[in-house]
Write a protein that binds this ligand. Structure first.
Ligand code: AMP
Ligand code: MG
Length: 181
């Protein structure tokens, strides 16, 4: 059976210098479902309204290009989550696992699933740290940022950086170079 991968990227509340993950809250989910050759089969994107700090810092707005109006109009994670689960439900039988650039996205998800008492079928799937995998595949001394990885692969970032779906899609372009299966 053909094996597909889900590449996920999250944007979250932040401030200059960054916050520990416990202080951050998801503001955007981007997911790109790809075949093993990296081409996109389906995608998912939603803004998420954070509950603890619903007002974005100017640093966060500038980093992500996400506006306060987009966040004000968004639903909280508890309402978005069933939509995401319904979406992946249709793809589960082909899904080998999910991946993200680094471990941050997995940690943020796990924290918020716990906080909001949500169940996720992602939790039952293997997670790949694609940043780590890329470093191993390329025999790099240490993992590099997404932009550097793309450059090493002879690619340029396409679209807006620090936007969830665009980050996920650019990460997915590296999948064929990582040979996850
Ligand atoms: P990314 O997927 O690289 O856009 O990062 C995910 C989230 O991490 C962002 O939405 C921010 O909340 C946070 N973040 C990323 N880069 C920075 C930075 N340079 N300073 C502070 N927070 C950051
Ligand atoms: Mg991102």
């Amino acid at each position: 059976m053909q094996q597909h991968w889900l590449v996920i990227d999250l944007e979250a509340t932040t401030e200059e210098g960054g916050w520990p993950v416990e202080e951050m809250e998801i503001i955007e989910i981007g997911a790109s479902l790809v075949a093993s050759d990296g081409h996109e089969l389906d995608h998912f994107q939603r803004f998420v309204r954070p509950l603890r700090r619903p007002c974005l810092t100017s640093f966060c707005r500038e980093l992500t290009h996400i506006s306060q109006a987009q966040i004000d109009a968004a639903q909280p994670l508890a309402a978005i989550w069933p939509q995401f689960e319904r979406w992946i439900g249709g793809h589960l039988s082909h899904l080998a696992g999910w991946g993200s650039w680094g471990d941050y996205d997995r940690r943020q998800f796990e924290l918020e699933w716990r906080t909001h008492g949500l169940h996720s079928r992602l939790a039952d799937l293997p997670h790949l740290n694609l940043k780590q995998r890329f470093a191993s595949a390329r025999q790099l001394q240490r993992p590099v940022g997404l932009n550097s990885a793309l450059q090493l692969a002879g690619l340029n970032f396409q679209g807006q950086q620090h936007r969830a779906l665009e980050d996920a899609r650019n990460t997915a372009r590296l999948l064929p170079l990582i040979h996850p299966t």
